[in-house]
Design a protein around this ligand. Structure first.
Ligand code: URA
Length: 306
C-alpha cells in the first residue's frame, strides 16, 4: 500500500475496519514474496525442525461467470479473510472470536440445532442475533431478519443484504428494494401483505458473493423462518435463493417461470416460483417482462388458494 498509513493503534484499527467493510479480505505486500524460497531457506537453516503447515483456508467461492446463475452480486469475489486477526491489533474492536474466522461443520450443526429449537419468529430472531458461528456477522452492522407481514400468504426470499439493508437492518430497502415494491404493487401487494427475508441475514463485506460454507451455515435459519411463517406461496428472488431453497443446481433463467416445491423440515410442500432478482432486472431491464409473467403466475396461484 502506498497511501499514507495511520500511525496510532486506533487509526490502524479504523483503517482495517474500513477495509473489511469494503470487502478487502487479504493482506498483500507491495512486492511479491516467494514464500516457497523462504520456506526452503529456513528448512536449510533448521534441518531438524519442521516447517509449520500453512493456515487452512476456506475453499474459494464459486466463480460467477454465468450471469443467469448469480445475477445480483459481484463476479469472482476474493478469497475469505485469512491473515488478519483483530486480537493481535492493539485497540482493535474485540468483535472477532477466533472460532468465527474459519467457519466449519460444527457451526452449521450449531445453526441447525438453534434454528430447530425456535418455536416462534421472535425466538428465531433472538437465536440468530446471539449466534456467533458465521463470520459475516462480524463485518455486518445489523442482523437483517425480515420485513413485512409474518401472517402473509406470500413470502419472498432474496440472497443477502446490501449496504442499505445492512444500515437499516431491513431487507430490500435500497434500489432493488424499490423495484421489488413496484413489482409487488403490480400484483396488488405491498409489505403489509407479503413477508420478505434473505437466505443470508448479514451483509457480506463489499457485497461479495456468500461462500457455499456461509450459505450452509445460514440455511437452517431461513428454512426455519419459512416453516414458521408457513406461507401459501414462496417467491425465490434470484439464483442463489432458488438453488439453496429448491435443492437444485439449475440456473435461474432455466428455473424461472416454473412452479417448484420447497419442502420444510416437517415435510410440508410449499409451492415456490423462482424469478429474476430485482438487482439483475435493474441491470437488464429487457428481462422485466419475464419477471412480470412470473408475478402474474403468483397472483393467479394465490387467488386459486384463497
Ligand atoms: N438483494 C438481496 O438479495 N437482498 C436484499 O435484502 C437486498 C438486495
Amino acid at each position: 500500500m502506498t497511501a499514507a498509513s495511520p500511525s496510532t493503534p486506533a487509526g490502524i484499527a479504523e483503517l482495517l475496519a474500513f477495509y473489511a467493510s469494503a470487502g478487502v479480505d487479504d493482506a498483500l505486500e507491495d512486492a511479491p514474496i516467494n514464500r516457497f524460497a523462504e520456506a526452503a531457506k529456513s528448512a536449510e537453516r533448521r534441518p531438524t525442525e519442521r516447517t509449520p503447515a500453512a493456515p487452512r483456508r476456506e475453499a474459494a467461492p464459486e466463480s460467477r461467470t454465468a450471469p443467469e446463475q448469480v445475477p445480483a452480486r459481484v463476479e469472482n469475489p476474493p478469497a475469505p479473510l485469512s491473515g488478519l486477526d483483530a486480537a493481535n491489533i492493539p485497540d482493535a474492536p474485540a468483535r472477532v472470536p477466533a472460532a468465527a474466522a474459519v467457519p466449519d461443520e460444527a457451526q452449521a450443526a450449531a445453526a441447525r440445532q438453534l434454528a430447530a429449537s425456535a418455536s416462534t419468529l421472535d425466538e428465531l430472531r433472538q437465536h440468530m442475533a446471539a449466534f456467533d458461528g458465521c463470520n459475516l456477522k462480524f463485518t455486518a452492522k445489523n442482523l437483517v431478519f425480515a420485513d413485512g407481514n409474518p401472517n402473509a400468504d406470500l413470502m419472498l426470499v432474496g440472497e443477502a443484504p446490501g449496504r442499505d439493508e445492512d444500515l437499516e437492518g431491513l431487507p430490500f430497502v435500497g434500489r432493488s428494494g424499490r423495484l421489488l415494491d413496484r413489482m409487488l404493487a403490480a400484483i396488488g401487494l405491498d409489505r403489509g401483505s407479503a413477508y420478505i427475508a434473505n437466505v443470508i441475514p448479514w451483509r457480506p463485506p463489499g457485497n461479495r458473493t456468500p461462500t457455499p460454507h456461509e450459505t450452509e451455515i445460514c440455511r437452517p435459519f431461513i428454512e426455519r423462518q419459512i416453516e414458521l411463517v408457513n406461507p401459501k406461496v414462496l417467491i425465490n428472488l434470484g439464483g442463489p435463493s432458488a438453488k439453496t431453497l429448491l435443492n437444485t443446481t439449475e440456473g435461474i433463467l432455466r428455473l424461472r417461470g416454473n412452479w417448484r416445491v420447497h419442502t420444510t423440515a416437517s415435510g410440508k410442500a410449499i409451492p415456490a416460483m423462482p424469478t429474476l432478482h430485482p438487482a439483475y432486472l435493474l441491470r437488464t431491464p429487457a428481462h422485466k417482462k419475464l419477471a412480470w409473467r412470473d408475478f402474474l403466475e403468483v397472483k393467479a396461484k394465490l387467488r386459486g388458494l384463497a
